[in-house]
Design a protein around this ligand. Sequence first.
Ligand code: CO
Length: 148
Amino acid sequence: MNNLTEEMTGRTGGPFRKIEHIGIAVRDLDEAVARYEQTMGTACYKRETVESEGVETAFFRTGEGKIELVAATRGDSPVARFLEKRGEGMHHVAFEVADIRAEMERCRKLGCTLLSESPKPGADNKLVAFLHPKEHHGVLIELCQPIE
Ligand code: CO
C-alpha cells in the first residue's frame, strides 16, 4: 500500500481507531433481541429508531465493542432491500474515527464510493457515513464519530 504515514502504520492501526460495532440485519427485532440477550448473557442497553434511515436498532455491549441489531421500519429502507436480497446476517462493520469529515474526504480520494455526501446523525449518539461494499470485498463499512 502507498501513502501510509508512520502514524498510520503504528500500533494503533491508523485513523480507524477501533471496531465500534458489528451490525447484524434481522427481520424481527423483538425476537432477535431476546435471542441475543440469552446467548450473550447481557441485556440490550438501548433501542433506537432512526427514521431517516428506516431502521430500528438494538445495542449490546461486549467488552469494548458492541453488537447492533438492525431491522427495517419500512419496506423501502436500505436494510429492507438488504434482507430481501441477502437475508439475515452480517450487515456492516463500523469503525470509530476522530474526524469523520476528514476520513470521508480521505476515502473519497482513494476512490471509495460514499453513500452520502456528508455525515448523518445515526443511532447511539454518532455521526455516521457508509462506504459502498463493492470496493471492500462485499462488506459495507460504517464510519462513526461520537457526538461529544
Ligand atoms: Co451501525
